[in-house]
Design a protein around this ligand. Structure first.
Ligand SMILES: Nc1ncnc2c1ncn2[C@@H]1O[C@H](COP(=O)(O)OP(=O)(O)OP(=O)(O)O)[C@@H](O)[C@H]1O
Length: 632
């Protein structure tokens, strides 16, 4: 073998995917796969794109005498091009599939389904921090999830992928799409895959050294935002806290505006989850903010908007439904009417319990039958012991007051046997001038969701029921939302007790409800050690960054229905008594649980499920949208 000693320059033109797709992939192959004979790089009947994917394991930076940063950069360019090619390819694959199957998921075994959450949760779940920084899904998980989509989800995935491709090719037409479906139809599941698809497809279009962002994900409440690793809409768009019917809109100015414009420069997609809770007023403010960020007067600043949600679920707490334009805005363009519509109708959460699916579908539209009411009454008669005993399973209440009362009651009951420890977070300034100091109380945000999801104080006896607020180990099931019981509190220096009130323990040992959780980290008693974690968040009044160290838990003997919108549970004791106050609340509460057997009702007021449990305007709007859709 002759080794070439003289360096040679490999010449290839600069192509982009849009300018010349074949040239683009061919130049990547030539630059990153060693060859003796260029004619043998590709097989006779293959395209440069399929050759690029076929030989993906051979691709590497063919650079010598370069810095390690340049080498790493070249490696990343290859990985991004590969991720993009895989994404575009899988979208084409779903397009070509036989779409005549009825439901589309009957051939898939449960053990073949890899939950989209699983991968995403591998990354430290620093709420409101930069999700883009957390890397991408592995190809295996991404492809398996897409292949596991049911037929409706696949069609939707394909529809958006087509819009992505068009957008990449500079098409002016933007996608404004409202995706709906009953609780458990897999909206959030698809959302995560779409976000991944967007990131993959756009990543090679801008130099990665600029750390560009292409998509933002938002939701109204912190918990819903957490479910999809997004941010709250209030933080994303600096929305004012709604008071009364005020629609006053304050434009951003100066450095803040410049900062936002830089942030949004490459963003061409906004995805909003649980849109039923977003008011029309908020939607309008988002539209105006985006015009400011993008510095134009196009609808939503001329970017693609995908809304996910079910208007038969919970309405906005303040303001009008997202589909009701307030009279004082009537002269403006109706933003809601600009959206096209897509509906998912296959229930993926309760798919193994058809009787329950029917009950939920009827409850959703206020058509519960007598036999379905009888099924609920049976769940009311279930004894609240054993698997449904106090403390063993989470209680769901309609109001915050009921939740607080129940949590306090349980802590008080628990305190008869176990000492109640007050545990406080350690907060330190991360600003240069005050570094390491404890920030004044009045600059610490009141809402825990603006503090990285970490509480400032918790009263914790052992045997408390808690919920994890961070992902510790995804593959082991230790994810945000996992619930269990605190069995031991471990204090620093192997001390048996807390040294002074407020002291933060080394860790707590938690026994999780789901026995499969924490298998790899469990001790001999089946408990998993949960140590304090760190979150950095912004102080109020312009204080700057604050770092908080705290146990990543909240007490969760009970939670409100509103907190749970968007989540999935195995078991729950639900209160559907007189305090049910919102339309859709009974439906949202019941639909969190996978099976009817997993539900016990601590109270049931038949009127709340029989007499208009849904909002008539929401139903009328669904019918209008379906009508438009069939006419399309
Ligand atoms: N194609 C799929 N394959 C496997 N599991 C799926 C699929 N689609 C959805 N799921 C699972 O079904 C459950 C419900 O899905 P998801 O939470 O996305 O529904 P949703 O429509 O967002 O519900 P909600 O309106 O209540 O928020 C989740 O556990 C999710 O992981």
């Amino acid at each position: 073998m002759r080794v070439r000693n003289k360096p040679a320059v490999l010449r290839t033109r600069y192509y982009t995917l849009n300018s010349d797709k074949d040239g683009y992939y061919y130049s990547l192959i030539v630059c990153h796969i060693p060859f003796r004979d260029e004619n043998q790089l590709m097989l006779e009947d293959e395209t440069p794109e399929s050759c690029f994917l076929r030989r993906k394991d051979e691709l590497r930076p063919l650079l010598t005498n370069v810095s390690s940063e340049d080498f790493a950069h070249a490696e990343q360019v290859i990985q991004q091009a590969l991720a993009q090619a895989t994404a575009l390819n899988v979208a084409r694959e779903t397009r070509c599939e036989n779409v005549t199957r009825e439901t589309g998921f009957e051939n898939i075994r449960d053990d073949q389904i890899i939950n989209a959450d699983e991968h995403i949760y591998q990354y430290q779940d620093d709420y409101c921090e930069d999700v883009e920084e957390r890397g991408a899904m592995t190809d295996d998980i991404f492809l398996n999830n897409i292949r596991g989509l049911n037929i409706q989800q696949k069609n939707l995935f394909q529809r958006i992928s087509t819009a992505i491709e068009k957008d990449l090719h500079g098409d002016d037409e933007k996608l404004l799409l409202f995706i709906t479906g009953g609780a458990g139809s897999g909206k959030s599941f698809v959302l995560k895959l779409l976000v991944e698809q967007i990131k993959r497809c756009y990543a090679p279009t801008v130099d990665l050294l600029l750390k560009p962002k292409f998509v933002e994900v938002g939701s109204l409440t912190g918990v819903a935002a957490r479910q999809v690793l997004g941010k709250t809409l209030h933080s994303l768009f600096s929305l004012p806290i709604e008071k009364g019917n005020s629609t006053a809109y304050r434009r951003l100015t100066g450095e803040k505006l410049e900062q936002e414009r830089r942030k949004w420069r490459n963003i061409s997609w906004l995805v909003i989850d649980e849109v039923s809770m977003v008011s029309y007023e908020n939607l309008r403010m988002i539209h105006l903010r985006l015009q400011e960020f993008k510095n134009n007067d196009k609808l939503f600043g001329g970017i693609n908007i995908v809304l996910f949600g079910d208007i038969m679920q919970l309405p906005p707490v303040k303001g009008h439904w997202c589909f009701v334009q307030p009279p004082w805005n009537a002269a403006e363009v109706n933003l809601w009417h600009a959206f096209s519509f897509c509906e998912l109708t296959i229930n993926m959460r309760q798919r193994n319990d058809t009787e329950f699916v029917d009950l939920l579908n009827n409850l959703r539209v206020g058509e519960l039958t007598t036999s379905q009411l009888e099924l609920l009454c049976q769940r009311r008669r279930v004894a609240l012991d054993e698997e449904f005993k106090d403390g063993v399973v989470v209680r769901i209440f309609p109001t915050v007051k009921q939740v607080d009362e129940y949590n306090n009651e349980m802590t008080a009951m628990n305190s008869k046997q176990n000492r109640v420890y007050t545990i406080r977070s350690i907060d330190e300034s991360r600003e240069v001038a005050t570094y390491g100091k404890r920030p004044p109380d009045n600059v610490i945000p009141k809402d825990v969701n603006n503090c990285g999801g970490l509480l400032s104080e918790v009263k914790l006896p052992v045997e408390s029921r808690v919920m994890l607020r961070r992902n510790i180990s995804v593959s082991d099931g230790l994810v945000n939302g996992a619930m269990g019981i605190v069995k031991t509190i471990k204090w620093p220096s192997l001390r048996r007790d807390q040294l002074e009130e407020g002291e933060l323990p080394d860790c707590i040992l938690v026994k999780f409800d789901d026995e499969s959780i924490g298998n790899r980290l469990k001790d001999s008693d089946g408990c998993v050690a949960i140590p304090p974690v760190v979150a950095t968040f912004q102080g109020t009044k312009g204080y700057g960054d604050i770092e908080r160290r705290m146990l990543p838990i909240i007490l969760c003997w009970a939670v409100t229905v509103h907190k749970l919108q968007g989540t999935t549970l195995d078991k729950a004791v639900i209160d559907l008594g007189k305090k049910v106050f919102a339309k859709g609340q009974a439906y949202v509460a019941l639909s969190r649980v996978k099976t009817l057997e997993g539900i016990a009702l601590s109270d049931l007021e038949p009127n709340k499920v029989l007499h208009k449990p849904h909002d008539g305007r929401a139903l009328a709007e669904m019918q209008r949208l379906r009508g438009l859709h069939t006419r399309d």
